[in-house]
Design a protein around this ligand. Structure first.
Ligand SMILES: C[S@@+](CC[C@H](N)C(=O)[O-])C[C@H]1O[C@@H](n2cnc3c(N)ncnc32)[C@H](O)[C@@H]1O
Length: 443
């Protein structure tokens, strides 16, 4: 059993009923567990402008609503979402003459299709209450247009201020009431873990704005700021593919990264903090930049919240100009298409209906009915029920090149093509020769 961490505000809350303190429009002051001064001090490090006119703001987990009403006082159009519908919030909403929208929603239910996007999102004092902090931050990223102010309990604030940073960021996990005696406290990140979670969720940057003994504030930004001046040629990207296949089609529910293959004349790989990928105008923290035989490979996350269809990625490195944008697809819808295989042959000998392991096991398939977006990310060749990822899909010519997997032995096998929910006719293929050994299983 882990050590309990105490919660100092609990007793004050039980005594006063309110968590936040308020100045009401009629001059009255309501005192909650947290003082007005402390509430304002929590906001100060984020340097929000006094006027937020024209901005849409989302307040996640507002409790009694101090920050909701404060954002409204600054002129923003505010929406507040909480997984409990609080009497205190509703009554203060009335007393403050607020027009803020209030929805009973769990953070995991945030969805740009229903709520729209927000210029600024406030997520104060919520992260450590969440069982799935990274998933929650992905949901938050998906509704953030520009900036999320994230403030949370952290486990290493005191030592972080002394310059002691754990070599690996970590998150304490509370199975029961180990944190503050409360069952709804799940996790305690280090400051470094908070930064890492923000980037992993799809934000461009995580800027630490303040660190206290038991809390930290991070500005999670969706846009690159202060980019280096562009006085060098643009980056040339000669290839875009998924890290798991050779296509440009991605599924948001899968763990898939965009691989950008770039021309790179310099002898060493650039540092990651000067690599600036952008998707549909949003910055996105790069995962890796490494040298390859032909240049530089930059790996980029697919950010959350992309709508089904076509999207664009571009790249700037250091003082380079922006690359040309390259197209990719996310969550292409299934289509009902008449997929018809007209012929199959060995990719080397060109013999019909056959493929020979001796020649490398390459197969060329001619098929009608592929959509214009067909590629190795949305097209699968099944041989004897075993999925094969194509090496090349050409929707214009209706050609698919695929290589046998070594689990396919000599004999007659059934071949079908699967594309965006449609299935072709079955064709028979004769496999000859001896399959090569599977790496690691050579005898
Ligand atoms: C400690 S209070 C923070 C209140 C206020 N944001 C602040 O920092 O002063 C935590 C708030 O998060 C809400 N909350 C906790 N888990 C949530 C979830 N999964 N989805 C939405 N709200 C949640 C709670 O109901 C509560 O209003």
């Amino acid at each position: 059993m882990s050590t309990r961490r105490e919660n100092s505000t609990r007793a004050a809350l039980e005594k006063k009923g309110l968590y936040h303190s308020f100045r009401l429009p009629d001059g009255r002051r309501l005192d909650g567990a947290m003082s007005l001064e402390a509430q304002d001090e929590r906001l100060t490090p984020f340097n929000l402008p006094e006027s937020l006119h024209g901005k849409r703001v989302l307040d996640i987990g507002p409790w009694d609503g101090y920050y909701t009403f404060e954002m409204e006082r600054r002129g923003a159009e505010v929406t507040a979402v909480d997984y409990v519908d609080m009497d205190t919030f509703r009554e203060l909403h009335r007393l403050m003459g607020s027009k803020a929208k209030y929805h009973q929603l769990d953070v995991y239910e945030l969805d740009p299709r229903t709520l729209g996007m927000f210029d600024i999102v406030l997520c104060f004092g919520v992260l450590y209450h969440l069982k799935h902090p990274l998933l929650a931050l992905e949901k938050i990223c998906a509704v953030t247009q520009d900036l999320c102010l994230l403030e949370s309990f952290v486990v290493d604030g005191g030592t972080w201020k002394q310059g002691i940073h754990p070599p690996v960021p970590y998150i304490e996990f509370y199975e029961m009431d180990e944190l503050g005696g409360q069952l709804d406290n799940w996790s305690g990140p280090t400051v470094g873990a908070m930064e890492a979670l923000v980037r992993a969720a799809g934000f461009a940057r995580a800027d630490i704005m303040h660190v206290e003994d038991a809390s930290a504030g991070i500005a999670a930004r969706r846009r690159w700021t202060n980019l280096p001046q562009a006085d060098r040629p643009p980056i040339e990207i000669f290839g875009l593919s998924c890290h798991l296949h050779r296509g440009r089609s991605f599924r948001s529910e899968k763990e898939e990264y965009i691989a950008l293959w770039c021309i790179w004349p310099a002898p060493g790989a650039p540092l990651l903090d000067v690599v600036f990928p952008e998707i549909d105008g949003f910055g996105i923290a790069p995962l890796a930049a490494s040298l390859t035989a032909n240049g530089l490979l930059v790996s980029v996350r697919v950010p959350p919240g992309l709508t089904p269809g076509q999207h664009w990625v571009r790249l700037k490195i250091g003082r380079s100009g922006w690359s040309e944008p390259l197209k990719f697809y996310v969550d292409l819808a299934p289509i009902a298409t008449d997929l018809t295989i007209s012929s199959i042959h060995d990719g080397v000998t060109l013999l019909h209906g056959q493929v020979d392991w001796k020649e490398g096991g390459w197969i060329t398939i001619w098929v009608a009915g592929l959509s214009v977006e067909a590629d190795a990310g949305n097209t699968i060749v099944e041989l004897a029920g075993v999925p094969h990822l194509p090496d090349m899909v050409d929707p214009v010519r209706g050609q698919i090149n695929v290589r046998l997997r070594p689990v396919i032995r000599a004999g007659e096998v059934e071949l079908i093509v699967l594309h965006r929910g449609s299935k072709s006719n079955a064709s028979m293929l004769t496999v000859t020769g001896v399959a090569p050994p599977i790496r690691g299983l050579e005898v």
